[in-house]
Design a protein around this ligand. Structure first.
Ligand SMILES: CC(C)(COP(=O)(O)OP(=O)(O)OC[C@H]1O[C@@H](n2cnc3c(N)ncnc32)[C@H](O)[C@@H]1OP(=O)(O)O)[C@@H](O)C(=O)NCCC(=O)NCCSC(=O)/C=C/c1ccc(O)cc1
Length: 521
């Protein structure tokens, strides 16, 4: 068993809005959030006041403790105001991909029993359609100016004279965030992250990756995933840094924002490291403000990481490891050790965290030193469970509280973890989860498809992409037919990008798809 070598930090039993914004009023006019394109700024005192008004307005609208608010928006400077306003009103926030189709969104609304939606006007029609399909949504708000959308804006709530709600939060039990993840197997499930889970993980990560007033962080990864929510929203706002917000990744806009806003810390996923390492556009910008780059969400090739840091004259790109179910972090390369950490490592165990590497054949048996084993972890950041799915929860978190990650790792003599393989079926497209079970279910709705299986394969850029193995019932079915059928029905990151036609999907007697056979093909 491995234990963190760092001193324990206490378990944080406070609501997330107090943990992050408790010091905000005292930071006064210091910039908290800056729109990276328009330049609009929210100061710390504004974020403090605005989220309290939003909480009051939501409470007046009828939001009660335990309600679920679906937050459906790209990154904007209003996103944190909506998030903390909702949690202060006692709600749990389920974060939704802004490009989810109405059907995907409706599934999440229904599963999470969400009764409120906060969206943006360009996405309001999709939100309305999702609400119609799901039922049970009491009101849709937008967080930009309402225009003629027909919805109330959170901006309207800023004028409320309703009292700020005083909700008794039980941080150990009450769910603050409910992001969706497929975990190691099956379709997306609601991950119940309590106030304690998220707040304690922040406290665990802070000593390893300190930031503070004067630091300028670029939020290009989405706030709707736990990586962005923690690294780009909660952590910097809690420590008084400035978050420069971009709604999506466009290389030139991203590079221009680094130059213009003198960004010093970047938290990215591997496709952005690739662009920084290889794209000619990088030469056109002054990136000299950058001090460090952290990458997480998907495996980062060690050579690519080196090419990126050498080109920019920075310390090696430091990786972090975790998953939605872990609030999200268990391992990071500490900022102070970026120069000395071995290439390819995802980091060391953060405080209060334990790990075992167990045999793939028998999870009760720990592997020998230096041998690869499934990474299992235990700590205060382990989720409360999957919403409404005790069995899926029990399959992932055993009776002793160990969470089985589905990743395979090795540890070197100094305690650095290397992730070397994956036993879970999950596909990661650019750091976004694609659940094979989701795509298989969709493919089977096509009249010309008798059976299907989906696995991840690697493209020329090193990205993992979904490939479908399809058994045709209609011999005229083409690859393009399959690609466009799926593309028309899923969010863009979930598209099937390759197709092979086969005679039979290999299955075990239990009916389980033998994915390894397809991979070894
Ligand atoms: C910025 C990325 C890296 C690249 O962006 P992109 O190249 O524009 O592609 P997208 O992935 O956004 O979009 C997919 C497709 O949708 C398209 N798209 C895009 N926006 C549009 C549009 N508005 N209209 C229409 N089409 C569009 C886009 O063009 C693209 O099409 P294609 O060219 O076919 O791939 C993006 O993929 C991204 O944000 N990835 C990261 C996802 C992420 O945050 N994952 C975290 C999961 S949680 C986790 O792992 C935690 C780890 C962790 C561990 C420990 C810690 O301490 C901290 C963290």
């Amino acid at each position: 068993m491995f234990r963190s070598e760092y001193a324990d930090v206490g378990v944080v039993d406070e609501p997330i809005h107090d943990v992050v914004l408790g010091g905000a009023a005292a930071r006064g006019d210091a910039p908290a959030l800056v729109d990276g394109v328009a330049g609009t700024t929210l100061t710390y005192v504004q974020v403090d006041q605005f989220h309290r008004k939003v909480a009051a307005g939501l409470a007046q609208a009828g939001v009660r403790k335990g309600d679920v608010v679906a937050l459906h928006s790209p990154n904007t400077i209003a996103y944190p105001v909506a998030f903390y306003g909702a949690t202060r009103a006692g709600a749990s926030v389920t974060t939704v991909h802004p490009l989810a189709t109405p059907e995907e969104f409706a599934r999440q609304l229904k599963d999470s029993a969400a009764s409120w939606i906060v969206t943006v006007t360009p996405l309001a029609a999709a939100a309305r359609r999702a609400a119609e399909l799901a039922g049970g949504v009491r009101e849709i708000f937008v967080c930009d100016p309402a225009g003629d959308s027909g919805h109330r804006s959170l901006l309207d709530l800023l004028g409320t004279d309703a009292p700020e709600p005083r909700i008794a939060v039980d941080p150990a039990d009450d769910v603050a965030a409910l992001p969706y993840s497929s975990g190691t197997t099956g379709r997306p499930k609601g991950v119940m992250l309590t106030h304690r889970n998220i707040a304690t993980n922040l406290a665990q990560l802070t000593p390893m990756m300190p930031m503070g007033p004067g630091d300028r962080i670029l939020a290009v990864l989405p706030f709707f995933h736990i990586y962005g929510l923690t690294a780009l929203m909660n952590a910097p706002l809690r420590q008084g840094a400035t978050v420069v917000v971009l709604p999506r990744f466009d290389l030139d806009t991203f590079l221009a924002a680094i130059e213009e806003h003198r960004i010093n810390g970047l938290y990215v996923a591997p496709p952005i490291v690739l662009a920084l390492a290889k794209h000619p556009a990088v030469e056109g910008y002054d990136l000299s403000s950058l001090r460090y780059i952290v990458s997480a969400a998907a495996p980062l090739d060690a050579d690519l990481a080196r090419a990126c840091s050498q080109r920019l004259g920075l310390p090696p790109v430091g990786q972090a490891y975790g998953m939605t179910e872990l609030s999200p972090g268990t391992h990071v390369v500490p900022l102070a050790a970026m120069d000395t950490a071995p290439p390819g490592t995802v980091g060391k165990l953060i405080p209060n965290t334990e790990m075992r590497l167990v045999s793939l054949d028998d999870p009760a048996v720990d592997v020998a030193t230096g041998e690869p084993g499934e990474v299992v972890v235990r700590g205060p950041q382990v989720m409360k469970g999957y919403l409404g799915r005790p069995q899926a929860t029990a399959e992932m978190i055993d009776g002793d509280g160990w969470l089985h990650t589905g990743d395979v790792g090795t540890v070197d003599a100094d305690g650095w973890l290397f992730v070397v393989d994956r036993v879970k079926e999950l596909i990661k497209y650019k750091g976004f989860q694609v659940a094979p079970a989701d795509l298989e279910a969709l493919l089977l709705t096509h009249d010309g498809i008798a059976d299907a299986a989906v696995i991840g394969v690697t493209d020329d850029d090193g990205n993992e992409i979904p490939k479908a193995f399809v058994v045709r019932s209609d011999p005229a079915l083409t690859e393009d037919d399959v690609l466009s059928y799926v593309a028309g029905r899923v969010a863009p990151y979930k598209k099937v990008r390759r197709v092979a036609f086969i005679d039979d999907v290999p299955r075990a007697a239990s009916g389980k798809i033998l994915r390894r056979q397809l991979r070894e093909g």
